[in-house]
Design a protein around this ligand. Structure first.
Ligand SMILES: NC(=O)C1=CN([C@@H]2O[C@H](COP(=O)(O)OP(=O)(O)OC[C@H]3O[C@@H](n4cnc5c(N)ncnc54)[C@H](OP(=O)(O)O)[C@@H]3O)[C@@H](O)[C@H]2O)C=CC1
Ligand SMILES: CC(=O)[C@@H](O)[C@H](O)COP(=O)(O)O
Ligand SMILES: [Mn+2]
Length: 380
């Protein structure tokens, strides 16, 4: 029986993690949760799973939650997430919060040698060098939850790092893949939230539409698999059936396929190196599928992908700027303060005007993250 602490329990990945846990009640017990604002959903989770530790975003939410939940220990904010991540009773940390707010918890869990299932890609984008250095120092593996990275992790299994020719990340193209740049003028939040293949949280769905999601995933792959950027390629694959691939020195390509169902990579990160049945997930019927499509990624159509390659290649503080500007811009778009096309302008502007720091430590990263958000929110 593994004790799971689930950060972001009320979100898309959080709820699907709970689905996996329901299928395997003898393997997993929910020890701790953290959530943001969704008190009603959190109450349902607490009533069903009875976690011992609950972390809330702030004091206001704590007061709302206190009614009926006095049997739990309630912790608050980033410090609360770090405390529950370090808790001796936590065996596995599933980090599924949205955004760089998850960074401290990831680093804390590493220092306490926890098994970590990482969905929170922003952690790796904003401070990949610090996270991977700590993981190496404490001998901790980060088990990827992101579907592409789970696919790559499975395709890499047992192979030698030196034999990798390239990693091929697949991109669905997002909600606006069939639109030209001209047709992006005036698109609405509702349109942008309509992802063709996946049902996900709002922020990542917008990231898919701008292609920033794939940009973040390029940086995530660089850190997780220690592969240089010139060996990480992106192709468009509109069906999201091949979740990603690795090409080896002999030109063999190993791919991982499956229906678009996040419970599969979530469960694998929880059970690795074993596999358990997942009866709620559907088998892929390739005959019914009949055809899969691939096309070249157009960096001019999707400039956010080019921004991410640039930030990744340059390194230093630039990925922190990319991530913080993107988080603020997507939030502004979701609240209809800026247009869809302004998202990329906010990011480009933040990257161009930033005073570059070559080797930022944690304090510097947190300062830059806050400064970029403040500047962006001041402007709009
Ligand atoms: N959804 C997916 O299929 C995939 C997601 N990912 C990654 O997983 C992460 C989560 O994504 P997703 O589940 O879609 O996002 P959601 O928006 O659905 O969920 C985010 C979760 O984080 C919580 N949260 C937000 N801010 C805070 C905070 N300050 N303190 C504590 N909790 C907070 C939210 O709480 P509340 O709702 O209560 O406010 C919610 O539980 C992201 O990094 C995303 O990129 C990666 C691959 C696929
Ligand atoms: C499910 C998942 O891992 C998402 O990151 C998904 O990949 C989004 O799809 P696209 O970014 O390819 O549209
Ligand atoms: Mn993904």
């Amino acid at each position: 029986m593994k004790n799971i602490t689930l950060l972001g329990a009320t979100g898309s990945i959080g709820l699907q993690t709970l689905d996996v846990m329901r299928e395997h009640p003898h393997q997993f017990r929910l020890y701790g949760i953290a959530f943001g604002k969704n008190v009603d959903k959190a109450k349902e989770i607490i009533a069903e799973f009875k976690p011992e530790k609950v972390v809330v975003q702030d004091e206001k939410i704590r007061n709302e939650l206190l009614i009926n939940t006095d049997q739990n220990t309630i912790l608050v904010g980033k410090e609360g997430m770090e405390e529950v991540s370090a808790d001796p009773e936590t065996d596995v940390l599933v980090n599924a919060v949205m955004g760089s707010v998850g960074l401290g918890a990831t680093l804390t869990a590493i220092k306490h040698k926890k098994q970590i299932a990482i969905a929170n890609k922003e952690t790796l984008v904003t401070a990949g060098h610090l996270v991977m250095k700590a993981a190496k120092q404490y001998g901790v593996d980060l088990l990827p939850v992101d579907s592409e990275h789970s696919a790559i992790f499975q395709a890499l299994n047992g192979e030698s790092q030196k034999d990798i020719n390239k990693i091929i990340l697949t991109a669905s193209g997002g909600s606006f893949r069939d639109k030209t740049r001209d047709q992006l003028q005036g698109v609405t939040v509702t349109d942008a939230l309509n992802h063709p293949n996946w049902s996900m949280g709002a922020k990542i769905t917008i990231d898919s539409a701008t292609m920033m999601n794939k940009g973040l995933e390029v940086i995530e792959a660089h850190w997780l698999f220690d592969v240089p950027y010139d060996k990480i390629k992106v192709i468009q694959h509109k069906e999201s059936i091949i979740h990603s691939m690795v090409e080896y020195a002999d030109k063999s390509i190993i791919a991982q396929l499956g229906t678009p169902d996040m419970r599969v990579p979530i469960q694998y990160a929880l059970t690795y190196p074993d596999r358990l049945p997942l009866s709620s997930s559907k088998s892929l019927d390739l005959v019914e599928m009949s055809a899969l499509h691939f096309s070249k990624m157009d960096m001019e159509r999707f400039p956010c992908l080019a921004f991410a390659y640039h930030a990744g290649n340059k390194g230093g503080s630039l990925p922190t700027v990319l991530n913080a500007a993107n988080e603020a811009a997507v939030d502004l778009f979701l609240r209809e303060k800026i247009t869809f096309l302004e998202i990329e302008q906010v990011i480009e502007n933040a990257m161009e005007n930033h005073s570059f720091v070559k080797q930022p430590d944690l304090e510097t990263i947190n300062e830059i993250d806050q400064e970029i958000r403040n500047k962006t929110y001041e402007k709009y």
